[in-house]
Design a protein around this ligand. Structure first.
Ligand code: 13P
Length: 255
């Protein structure tokens, strides 16, 4: 089974950017630019405060809504947190979980990532599970070991059906926001490794249906080559998703 059975997915992770009015303007522009793009899934992940407003702009369009993080409890005394039912209520179809910035700056661990993945799945929406090595891991030849911990930790105790509801995003930390993209060959090598890991835990049939996005300095001019790799099924875009034209060009160059 090859790439053809996996619908490409391009997601824009806006990180800590955009007020409500800026978010609405960006989304409205994007909606017009990508309205003809079919056979591809397009996702935007605004900050929590703009989810509701952006959700209204993309209602009935070909763009889906994602959150950038979530807490695993549904409700309770957890000041500052947001739950999966709340994100569902505002229209989220996806939730980014375990982004490297959350691992680096907010003490996210493979165990907390797994709790979040399971919480998202238990409410019938889809985690985008982020994995990726740091520069010193790569330089020390530990890329595969780190990826293995992130992947096996993140999907621990998931059934095959649950895994099929997940998207995995490979984001080498050294390529995030640095302008230093992984080469298409480097990306393919790790994507293939991830798929093989999933094959070993689940089955060939399941592993071959899971979509694996690449993230890290994806721009309009490098998207096509990355997406041409047989195990690269999409992109998780940071900086270039903050401008409608560049994000729309990535969407167009991806198919
Ligand atoms: P950049 O595209 O800005 O490198 O960010 C990638 C990323 O972290 C997406 O989640």
């Amino acid at each position: 089974m090859g790439r053809t059975m996996r619908t490409p997915i391009i997601a824009g992770n806006w990180k800590l950017n955009n007020t409500i009015s800026e978010a609405v303007e960006l989304t409205s522009e994007l909606k017009d630019l990508v309205e003809e793009s079919t056979d591809i899934e397009i996702v935007v992940a605004p900050p929590f405060t703009a989810l509701d407003a952006v959700g209204k702009v993309i209602k009935d369009s070909n763009i889906a809504l994602a959150a950038q993080d979530v807490y695993w409890e549904d409700s309770g005394a957890y000041t500052g947190e947001v739950s999966v039912p709340m994100l569902k209520d505002v229209g989220c179809k996806y939730v980014i979980v375990g982004h490297s910035e959350r691992r680096q700056f907010f003490s996210e661990t493979n165990d907390s990532v797994n709790l979040k993945v399971k919480a998202v799945l238990s409410h019938g929406i889809h985690p985008i599970l982020c994995v990726g090595e740091q520069l010193e891991d790569r330089e020390a030849g530990r890329t595969e070991a780190v990826i293995k911990e992130h992947v096996t930790g993140g999907v621990a105790n998931l059934s095959g059906d649950e895994l099929l509801s997940c998207v995995i995003a490979y984001e080498p930390v050294w390529a995030i926001g640095t302008g230093k993209t992984a080469t298409p060959e480097q990306a393919q090598e790790v994507h293939k490794y991830i798929r093989n890991l999933l094959k070993a835990i689940y089955s060939n049939e399941i592993a071959s249906q899971v979509r694996i996005q690449y993230g890290g300095s994806v721009k309009p001019d490098n998207a096509a080559k990355l997406m041409a790799q047989s195990d690269v099924d999409g992109a998780l875009v940071g900086g270039a998703s903050l401008q409608a034209e560049s994000f729309a060009l990535i969407v167009k160059n991806a198919i």
